[in-house]
Design a binder for this molecule. Structure first.
Ligand code: GRF
Length: 187
């Protein structure tokens, strides 16, 4: 199965996916390209593994440009720390074939502006007793698509944005490969 991964940042989730494909923890998968909407370390990680990369600068025409470069044989588009919003037309033309990972327990703490440390701040501010990560299908409603896998953990007494971010990344590294396996090998 052919995967395209979209990134905007450091790409640790991308790295985990690459490693799991190489080790066989993710089955029947091949990353045909990694596409970014800005210069970022995720692109370097891909290049290091001989994966084709492309940079489409973020902006109004991003989604339509992206659509023209997604190979026709793509089975799954994986958003891994990808910060642009894909437009309705793009989401509808790849319906059921785009997944995202979100650093909180959706449907709580999702939507516009809820990314990176903003999410952890909001979770701590709200005095939640748990947080976690969610893998979901991407639809045109931000963070609203069907949930594929979610995992939670308790928030500690002295939790900070930094400790929370670390726990969430560790959780993401567990559940993203699982979710990709589920989606790719469900038929
Ligand atoms: C992750 O926490 C993910 O939930 C969010 O962006 C972060 C990406 O981190 N969407 P990385 O680029 O994979 O290191």
């Amino acid at each position: 199965k052919n995967i395209v991964v979209l990134v905007s940042g450091g790409g640790t989730n991308l790295q985990r996916i690459i490693d799991c494909i190489e080790s066989g923890e993710i089955l029947n998968a091949h990353i045909s390209s990694v596409i970014a909407d800005r210069e970022c370390f995720g692109l370097e990680r891909a290049k290091k593994h001989g994966i084709a990369t492309q940079l489409i600068p973020r902006g109004k025409t991003f989604s339509s440009e992206l659509k023209t470069v997604i190979p026709g044989d793509t089975d799954l588009i994986v958003l891994a720390g990808f910060l642009s919003i894909l437009n309705k037309e793009f989401c509808e033309s790849f319906q059921g074939k785009i997944i995202n990972i979100h650093p909180a327990l959706l449907p709580k703490f999702g939507g516009k502006g809820m990314w990176g440390n903003h999410v952890h701040d909001a979770v701590l501010e709200a005095n939640e007793n748990e947080s976690g990560a969610t893998v979901h299908y991407v639809t045109s409603g931000i963070d609203e698509g069907e949930i594929i896998v979610q995992r939670s953990f308790p928030i500690g007494e002295n939790e900070t944005v930094e400790t929370l971010a670390q726990k969430i990344h560790d959780t993401e590294f567990e559940i993203y490969p699982k979710a990709i396996n589920l989606v790719l090998n469900k038929n």
